[in-house]
Design a protein around this ligand. Structure first.
Ligand SMILES: *[C@@H]1O[C@H](CO)[C@@H](O)[C@H](O)[C@H]1NC(C)=O
Ligand SMILES: *[C@@H]1O[C@H](CO)[C@@H](O)[C@H](O)[C@H]1NC(C)=O
Ligand SMILES: *[C@@H]1O[C@H](CO)[C@@H](O)[C@H](O)[C@H]1NC(C)=O
Ligand SMILES: *[C@@H]1O[C@H](CO)[C@@H](O)[C@H](O)[C@H]1NC(C)=O
Ligand SMILES: *[C@@H]1O[C@H](CO)[C@@H](O)[C@H](O)[C@H]1NC(C)=O
Length: 399
């Protein structure tokens, strides 16, 4: 009876997780087409045939695209809901990709990016080149490149020009056919560039310049460098991730150090390790576990968290540490012929099979003739463990 209750309950939990997973939008995230019209069509050539560009061009293009999409990530907002600039909290997609995800991907981006990275770069770069805003004219880039000697008045002029071109791009929406298309384009382009980063394409490994800026001229607080450790270009794929992807571990616009992430209440690993030290609170995105395009689009990120209790492992889908079923995973050491494996929260137990009983030293199960004395399995003890486990889940769902 008790067992029956438990099974029903776990079924119930499964139902809940199913519910939280399924959103209507997910279905239609399966990319489809609308005909988007990018203006200045004579500038943006159709890519019918193309040669794989050389490495130098690729590096340069990735830098430009990273700049442009970083601007998008930190300064754009959801144009489906806000036509005018909303309050600061609603600006930027550094915590997740727009929610709900796009119903339809930008047709041209989709066509060019879905199965060829280089074709994607050529296309994205072509579009970006016809934007009034460009990486070479950004104050932060000019300072970082350190080409001309700077003084305050020169800096002021450069920054004024930079702001002018940024607001020009913003107001005109160029080269897009209005803000909605711009939003759809930027979102779709970020989806793909993030996906290529997760796939670890070599060109994404190092960007080759400082990318710890918001790509919108001098920032009033951070100036040309915000010194965010997540944007450290010496770490493979860090700059690309910072520019193209949201951060499911640390959904903050800016951090000074990783400690700030770990303590952040939005850190998904925090709930399991409230009293843990910083290494136990750490949350990591492994690229190898996040390569499904559809799931990237819908923000179903897999992160890795430490589990406080042994015998449990983190499952991002549930946002919980769940019991490892050693009996299924084969991590048990029960004797195949004489014992059955019994999964328990955090562990497992080997019990003697029907017709077998523990021998005198209580080490092995041996064939028994007197059946009624066979079992040493203390059900009460395990029942209480299970109760704790259920309580944990209750607490989690606030039931
Ligand atoms: C989700 O789908 C259901 C059934 O298809 C529909 O009734 C409901 O309005 C949809 N919700 C949203 C937010 O689109
Ligand atoms: C979309 O573009 C395709 C090919 O360019 C064209 O055949 C189709 O008629 C267009 N559809 C609309 C609704 O404009
Ligand atoms: C600042 O630098 C520019 C160009 O290097 C120069 O033309 C200008 O005279 C300088 N201004 C001051 C105040 O030093
Ligand atoms: C681990 O879990 C136990 C019981 O659930 C709790 O008492 C303990 O504080 C937790 N430890 C950490 C480091 O969160
Ligand atoms: C996360 O892991 C699950 C299970 O392995 C997988 O189905 C899903 O596609 C992964 N998410 C991403 C973004 O790749």
């Amino acid at each position: 009876m008790k067992l029956f209750f438990i099974c029903g309950f776990i079924f119930y939990i499964n139902q809940i997780s199913e519910c939280t997973q399924e959103e209507n939008i997910t279905e239609s995230a399966e990319v489809v087409a609308e005909n988007n019209t990018i203006r200045n069509n004579e500038d943006i050539q159709e890519i019918t045939t193309f040669q794989i560009p050389d490495e130098k061009w690729v590096a340069e293009a990735v830098r430009d695209i990273a700049y442009y999409l970083r601007h998008y990530k930190f300064n754009e907002w959801d144009r489906r809901y806000y036509s005018k600039k909303p309050k600061d909290e609603l600006i930027g997609f550094y915590n997740n990709f727009p929610v709900p995800s796009l119903r339809t991907l930008h047709w041209k981006v989709y066509e060019n990016c879905k199965n060829n990275f280089f074709k994607c770069l050529v296309y994205l770069h072509n579009v970006i080149e016809s934007s009034p805003m460009s990486r070479e004219d950004d104050t932060a880039v000019i300072i970082n490149e350190n080409i001309i000697p700077m003084n305050e008045s020169l800096l002021q002029n450069i920054d004024n020009e930079c702001h002018k071109s940024v607001s020009n791009a913003e107001n005109s929406g160029l080269p897009f056919d209005g803000p909605i298309e711009k939003f759809q384009w930027g979102t779709t382009a970020s989806y793909y560039m993030c996906w290529y980063t997760m796939l670890e394409l070599p060109a994404m490994s190092m960007i080759g310049e400082l990318c710890d800026n918001y790509a919108s001229c001098l920032d009033p607080t951070f100036r040309h460098q915000n010194k965010d450790p997540r944007a450290d270009d010496r770490v493979p794929f860090a700059c690309a991730t910072y520019s193209f992807c949201p951060d499911p571990c640390c959904p903050k616009r800016h951090i000074k150090d990783f400690m700030e992430c770990y303590k952040n209440k939005e850190n998904p690993c925090l709930i399991e390790n409230l009293d843990g030290d910083s290494s136990e609170k750490a949350c990591v995105v492994h690229r190898s576990e996040n390569q499904n395009f559809r799931d990237i689009v819908t923000n179903r990120w897999n992160v890795s968290c430490h589990c406080n209790e042994t015998g449990f492992k983190w499952v991002s889908e549930f946002g919980l540490c769940v019991d490892i079923n050693e009996c299924v995973t084969g991590e048990h050491n029960c004797d195949k012929t004489t014992q059955d494996c019994w999964n328990l929260p955090g562990s497992f137990k080997c019990i003697c099979r029907w017709g077998y009983g523990l021998d005198k030293e209580q080490k092995y199960c041996t064939k028994k003739t007197i059946l009624y004395k066979e079992t040493k399995f203390d059900f009460t003890e395990h029942y209480f463990n299970l109760k704790d486990y259920i309580q944990r889940i209750f607490n989690y769902f606030n039931m």
